[in-house]
Design a protein around this ligand. Structure first.
Ligand SMILES: Cc1ncc(COP(=O)(O)O)c(C=O)c1O
Length: 412
């Protein structure tokens, strides 16, 4: 069955927006996607009919807790794990990472070391740097190759040692779109007994998260990047979640699944996160009616999404190269499986600053980001100046016509 993008777009009311007389083009997905109606309805249904705090014996609290339980099962399906008690909901990825990094760092000693990467968002970088400062551990950095922005795993092999306690890496860069070989990174890290923390925030809307085949110890994603509301999902292997020292107030449950949740959860957003995962599963069932379980349906959805997005990526790359733009990432259309459709570009004439390019596009109703998108390790490693880059981020609700309009709208 072909990918029916028009049917998909009808589910996203936000996409109907116009700027002047032009239909808006949402190429801002890496900073937050639009949501299908089912997600907005799930948030509103929770608030209007199930709104209650956690752990009461009365109807709304019981229903609210049932929503949280179902959302955990859905999140487990999204990540491909079987124990839903290992799922933690957080306000956002940054908060989850600060929380966990403080706890993990309590197990580090001076002389220990952690490895971060040049290709990461600062949220998978600075929390670890600060935790290492607090514990006396030192920090190493896995470099990226400047020609194609892939991570240099030989550099990782050179730098890792039995003193390495943690390797934190993104599954895909939110600047270049490069997909990192997480399974190989985890294998190298586990050879020395290091914990592997995977930031799947940028990867999740584009491809299948598979925590088990990745052999990760922790995986984190943000629902607002995969068609949901503002909430994050953190998964960790049960022994870590049980053993690591969690920061908790006294009356709160110190047992899983509540152990790593602090304060009152944004339950309406967790209800919306459940709906976003179900949206993906429904998409999978549409393209493959025999998909069966929610996990199988998600597998099918992500396969369809990745294939469709690669067709858009090919078209985008051809257009950008034709126009002479510099693309800060993989440009070879034979290597599209190594990237997601996120393109950071600069104009060949440095007088066209990213901010002016982004404004030029905004005036045509084309929404893109400029700056460093918090991918500061990336822009620092590549020597990008303070003006940054322009980022065009596609997801599965974008179309070939939108790609063509962008290419046409870019100044020569
Ligand atoms: C790759 C990546 N990691 C982490 C984050 C931070 O996510 P959050 O806003 O949920 O803290 C982002 C947000 O842009 C991101 O793109």
């Amino acid at each position: 069955m072909t990918f029916d993008v028009e049917r998909i777009r009808q589910q996203f009311p936000g996409l109907a927006r116009k700027v002047g007389s032009a239909p808006a083009i949402f190429f801002d997905g890496p900073a937050g996607t639009q949501v299908p109606l089912s997600v907005a309805e799930a948030v509103s249904h929770y608030l209007l009919h199930q709104n209650a705090n956690h752990g009461g014996l009365f109807a709304t609290s019981v229903e609210s807790d049932a929503v949280l339980d179902e959302a955990r099962l859905a999140a487990a399906d999204l990540f491909g794990i079987t124990d839903a008690q290992e799922i933690v909901f957080a306000a956002n990825m940054t908060t989850a990472t600060f929380h966990l990094s403080r706890a993990i760092a309590q197990t580090w000693l001076p002389g220990d070391e952690i490895l971060l990467s040049d290709s990461d968002h600062d949220a998978n970088f600075t929390p670890w740097k600060l935790a290492s400062r607090d514990s006396g551990a030192s920090v190493g950095q896995i470099h990226l190759r400047h020609d194609d922005t892939t991570l240099d795993l030989d550099d990782l092999r050179r730098k890792i040692s039995p003193r390495t306690k943690l390797v934190a890496v993104g599954a895909a860069s939110n600047a270049s779109g490069t997909i990192h070989d997480v399974a190989e990174i985890a294998r190298i890290a586990h050879d020395v007994g290091a914990i592997v923390y995977v930031d799947a925030v940028h990867y999740t809307p584009h491809a299948l998260v598979d925590a088990v085949s990745w052999q990760a110890d922790f995986v984190v994603a943000s629902a607002y990047k995969f068609f949901g509301p503002h909430a994050a999902i953190l998964w960790g292997k049960r022994p870590w979640l049980e053993r690591l020292p969690a920061y908790k107030v006294r009356p709160a449950s110190h047992a899983l699944p509540d152990r790593w949740m602090t304060g009152t959860p944004a339950a309406e957003n967790i209800a919306g996160t459940l709906a976003a995962i179900n949206y993906l599963a429904d998409l999978g069932r549409t393209t493959d009616p025999s998909a069966g379980t929610r996990r199988k349906a998600i597998v099918s959805a992500m396969r369809e999404i990745a294939t469709y997005e690669r067709s858009l990526a090919k078209r985008m790359l051809e257009g950008l190269v034709r126009k002479g733009y510099r693309v800060w990432g993989i440009t070879d259309s034979a290597r599209l499986e190594e990237r997601v459709p996120t393109f950071s570009i600069t104009h060949p004439d440095p007088k066209w600053l990213p901010i002016n390019l982004a404004k030029h596009l905004a005036d045509q109703g084309i929404f893109v980001w400029h700056g460093n998108f918090y991918a500061q390790p990336f822009t620092e490693a590549l020597g990008v100046d303070e003006h940054g880059l322009v980022r065009i981020g596609l997801v599965h609700y974008n179309t070939a016509e939108e790609v063509d309009r962008l290419i046409e709208g870019l100044p020569d």
